[in-house]
Design a protein around this ligand. Structure first.
Ligand SMILES: [Mn+2]
Length: 310
């Protein structure tokens, strides 16, 4: 459906339950919370599905909108949910409407408003809501979280002029962009900083630093005090070396068992590397598990990559 039809749908229904996706990120949570708050401002009942995987970072934002136990609902909305198996864990029922920027985001529900050109679902949500009313400052904050996180603070290749236009309008609507940028992109836990220090100082580089391997051991995790939430986007670290073409991150999950994340610039297929160890993925990002201690696993991956080196 068009944005206009989607806006009319939102206006003509009530008692909403809004679904987010598994391992929820800023886009799904920010977009869903913005819609929820907006619908309530229109005088409607709206709740967020209590996604069991919300991180501590986003909990404060979303928890006040969680569906209470025994609360009924009529209209089920999915936001930024790419496919049926991406719906938050524990939800089993119908989906009436999907608003999404993934091309197949509408295949599991009755109605769908999809625009796959958008860097973030939040950009599309903003355009739909604007047809009904001007978002308030809270909704603008939520949508800024959505747009800025999915575009990597407007640095990823999915960023378009529309992303900046969305951010500009959200700023007009009162989004607290300096505070949000500080929280989202310019802050790390002390534990994360200690962990990064250990990873960087033990970085393994080959092929004139075009192949870089970061190793994360259980001992580093213990020494730094880092928890799982301190490990977000850790697979990007090795690839920050300016000469890098292939970045490997080896993470010791338990003794003699390592998780391998592979990122390449596309000149070597990361799938081919992953497949050598029974894994898979995409051209530029793949993964696999190796039942070895981390430095032995790093050496095994290095051999495979060097054999494939163009
Ligand atoms: Mn998204």
């Amino acid at each position: 459906m068009t944005r206009q039809e989607c806006a009319e749908y939102l206006k003509s229904h009530d008692n909403y339950l809004i679904l987010t996706h598994v391992r929820p990120d800023g886009d799904t949570l920010g977009s869903a919370t913005a819609i929820c708050h907006f619908l309530r401002r229109l005088g409607k009942q709206a709740w967020l599905y209590p996604n069991p995987e919300v991180s501590n970072f986003y909990m404060e934002l979303v928890q006040p909108y969680f569906l209470p136990e025994n609360q009924s609902y009529d209209t089920v909305l999915a936001v930024d949910v790419a496919s049926a198996n991406m719906i938050a864990n524990g939800y089993e029922g119908k989906v009436d409407l999907s608003i999404d920027h993934h091309p197949d985001g509408g295949k599991f529900c009755t109605e769908a408003c999809i625009d796959a050109t958008k860097a973030a679902g939040g950009e599309l949500v903003l355009e739909v809501l604007e047809l009904l009313d001007t978002p308030d400052a809270f909704e603008a904050d939520c949508l800024y979280i959505a747009v800025s996180t999915d575009s990597g603070c407007f640095r990823f290749s999915n960023t378009t002029a529309d992303s900046f236009r969305a951010a500009a309008r959200l700023t007009d609507y009162g989004a607290h962009i300096a505070d949000l940028n500080k929280k989202l992109f310019r802050s790390k836990s002390r534990e994360r900083m200690l962990l990064e220090g250990m990873i960087c100082s033990s970085l393994l580089s080959y092929k004139d630093a075009r192949l870089n391997i970061a190793v994360v051991t259980l001992e580093m995790m213990r020494k730094s005090g880092a928890r799982e939430e301190d490990c977000m986007d850790m697979a990007d670290l090795a690839g920050m070396v300016v000469t890098n073409k292939v970045a490997i991150t080896v993470r010791e999950l338990k003794p003699n068992y390592s998780k391998i994340s592979i990122r390449t610039d596309g000149s070597i297929s990361s799938i081919t590397i992953a497949k050598a160890f029974g894994g898979g993925g995409h051209l530029m990002a793949s993964g696999c598990m190796i039942p070895m201690e981390p430095f032995a696993a790093a050496e095994a991956v290095r051999k495979v990559v060097e054999e494939l080196w163009p």
